[in-house]
Design a protein around this ligand. Sequence first.
Ligand SMILES: [Zn+2]
Length: 63
Amino acid sequence: MSACMQCGKELTHNEIGAHRKFINRASTQFLCRNCLAKRLGVPAELIDRKIEEFKRQGCTLFV
Ligand SMILES: [Zn+2]
């Protein structure tokens, strides 16, 4: 099970997908939704919305 490299929170499949999508597809260490939002300087809700969008597009990084 992967944990957030910043805060140590356990990561969901979609959080890993979001990190891959926003930061780097080849990453082996990941940020959780909150830390990712902070890193990108956006609200965490935007990450949620984007995950929903990617899901609708059929992106395989998300469930
Ligand atoms: Zn975190």
